[in-house]
Design a protein around this ligand. Structure first.
Ligand code: GLC
Length: 418
């Protein structure tokens, strides 16, 4: 018999141990700073036991917001030599030392969840966040859309660092002149679980390019080799913008502009349908081609409130193909790698968002299947960063904040389900 109570306690302890006071690190060692979407998940994890701490997490994230509205993907609150590339490499000038790119915009969705737990008590803090979230979404709409689909300018921006989705666009980069550097990630975990050197040179090349252009969005968009419209980012921003709308309405914040964003994003989703593949897919904006990848982000359509029978069939297929789903890349695809990060492994956080969407759209059986597989993996193998979808083994960093958070808010039997 699994001792779920002990697992709940362990998850709470992980959140406490990774708590640095006003923000939470993803895991000790490998990721010593505040990451954008990790933090939004952390807020959700805290919400059940400590809503005050949940609000603080989101407020700290927005304290790093740039003047142009962008909310960085990493806030370097305190120097840490164990991480590369640090603030000196990014060379940014926001209110807090930070990276120069953003990350999946799920903060509005998590803020709404925290608020809905106790609307009265949460009202002042929610109201103060709404204009800041709106400024961030406005930044995406102004600088990062192509025909209404949300584009990334660096693979790290998607939160799916080395996904197969970016291979074509990455191949177009010649990383000449990137120079010598020492990676830190491979000192913390097995290099076979991390992106390759080929990828890493290009990651750093893109950072150096942004820095040279002083992170000016207009200049960065000009002649860039890397600009990819991503279904994950598009679905997440669409969902988050609907959640922002619900909060805006409750505070008297103007909703007309938000409605226009929803309409544009909804149209953008259509441009990501790859009919040949029968799936939502990433689209290279520079050369116009699709990536030909069924990824876990392809399955976030329900999360954005979009029904699609072909995607439901795809979901059944990929979940039947591996014992532990949802894999981050098609297990029947040519590039599948069960251990390498976003090229095959299953990620509890994405599973959570997929299952919420399925449930919202009335696919209770599929939602429960995703929950069950995630619950069993964590119960058996612990709160790892991600898992091998074939043998279930834990991979990447251990004692991970977001895995603890989704456990408490969704995967544990105490959160509901069967
Ligand atoms: C990796 C993941 C990214 C996450 C970060 C911190 O870079 O790909 O999604 O935010 O680690 O956990």
């Amino acid at each position: 018999m699994t001792d779920y109570q002990a697992l709940d306690d362990e998850a709470r302890k992980i959140l406490r141990d990774n708590d640095r006071g006003s923000y939470t690190v993803p895991t000790d060692g490998l990721y010593p700073y505040q990451w954008n979407w990790d933090s939004a998940f952390a807020a959700m994890g805290f919400a059940g036991s400590d809503p005050d701490r949940a609000w603080t997490e989101l407020e700290t994230l927005f304290s790093g917001q740039w003047q142009n509205g962008m909310v960085p993907h990493i806030l370097f609150h305190k120097p840490d030599p164990g991480y590369f590339p640090g603030p000196d490499v990014w060379g940014c000038s926001g209110p807090i030392p930070s990276s120069g790119i953003s990350q999946p915009p799920i903060a509005a969705t998590m803020a709404r969840k925290v608020w809905e737990q106790d609307k009265g008590a949460g009202h002042p803090r929610m109201s103060a966040l709404v204009p800041k979230i709106a400024a961030w979404h406005r930044w995406f709409m102004q600088w990062r859309t192509d025909r209404g689909a949300v584009c990334i300018t660096h693979p790290w921006e998607a939160g799916r660092d080395n996904a197969c989705d970016w291979d074509g666009a990455m191949a177009a980069i010649d990383p000449q002149g990137v120079g010598e550097y020492t990676r830190r990630d491979t000192g913390h975990v097995d290099p076979a679980m991390r992106p390759t050197k080929q990828d890493y040179d290009r990651y750093i090349w893109l950072v150096q390019r942004g820095r040279r252009l002083e992170w000016d969005e207009e200049q960065m968009a000009r002649d860039t080799p890397f600009r990819v419209a991503d279904p994950g980012m598009t679905f997440m921003l669409l969902r988050a913008t609907r959640d922002l709308r619900a909060m805006a309405e409750a505070t008297g914040f103007d909703t007309d502009e938000i409605d226009a964003w929803i309409t544009r994003l909804r149209a953008g989703v259509e441009t990501l349908w790859n009919a040949e593949l029968g799936s939502y897919d990433s689209r290279d904006v520079v050369n116009g081609g699709f990536a030909q990848c069924v990824s876990n982000a392809s399955f976030l359509n329900w999360y954005a409130g979009i029904e699609n029978a072909d995607m439901l069939a795809q979901l059944d297929r990929v979940m039947d193909a591996v014992p532990h789903g949802v894999p981050s890349y098609d297990p029947e695809g040519p590039k599948f790698d069960a251990k390498r990060y976003w090229r095959g492994p299953t990620w509890g956080i994405v599973n959570t968002l997929i299952a919420w969407g399925l449930e919202d759209c009335g696919h209770a059986a599929q939602a429960e299947r995703v929950r069950r597989t995630t619950r069993d993996l964590i119960a058996e193998h612990g709160f790892a960063e991600y898992f091998d979808p074939i043998d279930g083994s834990p991979a990447g960093g251990g004692r991970f904040t977001w895995t603890a958070a989704i456990w408490l808010a969704w995967a544990t039997p105490a959160a509901g389900g069967n």
